[in-house]
Ligand binder design. Structure first.
Ligand SMILES: CC(C)(COP(=O)(O)OP(=O)(O)OC[C@H]1O[C@@H](n2cnc3c(N)ncnc32)[C@H](O)[C@@H]1OP(=O)(O)O)[C@@H](O)C(=O)NCCC(=O)NCCS
Length: 293
C-alpha cells in the first residue's frame, strides 16, 4: 500500500490536529503537539496549513510534520507505527528529495521523537546530531502548588497586555494583539488558554499559552516568558505553575514542555515549578552533499 505525502488545506487542518492530539498518550515520547501547530495559527489557517505535511496510508495519517521556518521540520509519528521499518524508509526517502517532491522544501534540521525507528534510519542515511533539547514532564494526578501571584486568564480585553509581555520576553518576536485574535478564533485551535501573571502593582510581568490535547492526554506549554525587567523574582516558576494548574483543570493527564538544553534558565524554571527533565532529544542535521553528487 503506497504512502501519500500531502500538504493539507486549511479546512483539513482540524482533522490533522485531532489526529495529532490522539497521539499524545502518556506512554508516547514527547513529539510535535497540536499546541505547536496551534501557536502557528496566529498567522492564519492558510499560512499554518502550508507549513504542515502529512504521510497517509489507506486514508489514515501515520506521520505529521510542521515546518518551523524553512530549515526545521518537526515530526510526530503515530505511536502504533513508530517502530515500522517501511514507514521509516519512506520518510527517509521523502526527506532526502532535496525539495523536488511533494515536501517542496529541504529543511537542514529535523525534530524526531526519541526511540522511534526513523531516528536509526536517518542516522544510517548519514544525518548527524544537531541542537540538543530538554523535554520535561509533570504528572497531573495531584493538585499543583499555588502560583503565589495574581493570575488572569486572557480574554479580548487583556490581549494587548499579553502581546506586550510576549514582546518583552522574546527577542525578535513580532507577536501582536491581532495575532492573538487570529489564533483564538481559528478552527481546530483546540482547548487553549493564555495566562498573565501580574505583580503587586497590577503590571503584567509574565505570560504563557497552554494547550490541551483532550481529556486524559498530555497538555503542552508553548510559549512561556517573563519580561526582561522582571526576571529573577520567581515569576517564571509562578506562571509555569499557573499554566500547569490550568492544564489539570482542563483534564490533561500530564504537562509537557521542551526547551533548548542551552536555555539553562528555562530548564531551571520548569524544574523549580515541579517538572522533571526527561532524556535529552537532539535534532538531526542533514548530511552535507558529497562533492561527486
Ligand atoms: C526562562 C524565564 C522564563 C525565567 O523566568 P524568571 O522569572 O527569571 O525565573 P524565576 O525567577 O521564576 O526562576 C526560577 C528558577 O530558575 C532559576 N533561574 C532563573 N534564571 C536563571 C539563569 N539565567 N540561570 C540559572 N538559573 C536560573 C532560578 O534561580 C530559580 O531557581 P530556584 O527556584 O531553584 O531558586 C525567563 O528567563 C524568560 O522569559 N526567558 C526568555 C524566554 C524563554 O526562554 N522562555 C522559556 C522557553 S519557551
Amino acid at each position: 500500500m503506497p504512502t501519500h505525502l500531502n500538504t493539507p488545506r486549511a479546512d483539513e487542518l482540524p482533522e490533522v490536529m485531532s489526529t495529532l492530539a490522539s497521539w499524545q498518550t502518556d506512554d508516547t515520547p514527547l513529539q510535535l503537539h497540536p499546541g505547536d501547530i496551534g501557536w502557528q495559527l496566529r498567522l492564519g489557517a492558510d499560512a499554518t496549513a502550508a507549513m504542515v505535511r502529512t504521510w497517509s496510508r489507506n486514508g489514515e495519517i501515520l506521520a505529521i510534520g510542521m515546518l518551523d521556518g524553512p530549515e526545521l521540520l518537526r515530526l510526530a509519528i503515530d505511536p502504533t507505527v513508530q517502530q515500522n521499518d517501511d514507514l521509516a524508509h519512506v520518510l527517509v526517502q521523502d526527506l532526502d528529495d532535496q525539495g523536488r517532491g511533494v515536501l517542496r522544501v529541504s529543511p537542514s534540521s529535523l525534530e524526531v521523537p526519541n526511540g522511534v525507528r526513523l531516528r536509526e534510519a536517518l542516522t544510517a542515511a548519514g544525518w548527524t546530531t544537531g541542537e540538543a533539547w530538554t523535554p520535561l514532564e509533570m504528572d497531573l494526578a495531584e493538585p499543583v502548588e499555588d502560583p503565589g501571584v495574581r493570575i488572569e486568564v486572557v480574554g479580548p480585553e487583556l490581549a494587548g497586555m499579553r502581546a506586550t509581555v510576549h514582546l518583552e520576553s522574546f527577542d525578535g518576536s513580532q507577536f501582536t494583539e491581532e495575532h492573538w485574535r487570529t489564533m483564538r478564533t481559528a478552527t481546530g485551535a483546540g482547548d487553549s488558554r493564555c495566562l498573565l501573571a501580574l505583580d503587586v502593582d497590577g503590571a503584567a510581568v509574565a505570560a504563557t499559552t497552554i494547550w490541551t490535547a483532550g481529556m486524559g492526554r498530555a497538555g503542552l506549554i508553548e510559549p512561556l516568558g517573563v519580561g526582561r525587567e522582571h526576571r529573577g523574582h520567581g515569576y517564571g516558576a509562578a506562571i509555569t505553575r499557573a499554566g500547569v494548574a490550568m492544564l489539570r483543570e482542563l483534564g490533561a493527564s500530564r504537562a509537557l514542555v521542551a526547551t533548548p538544553s542551552a536555555n539553562t534558565a528555562a530548564v531551571a524554571t520548569y524544574e523549580s515549578a515541579g517538572f522533571t527533565a526527561m532524556p535529552q532529544r537532539s535534532d538531526l542535521q542533514r548530511p552535507e552533499p558529497s562533492l561527486s553528487s
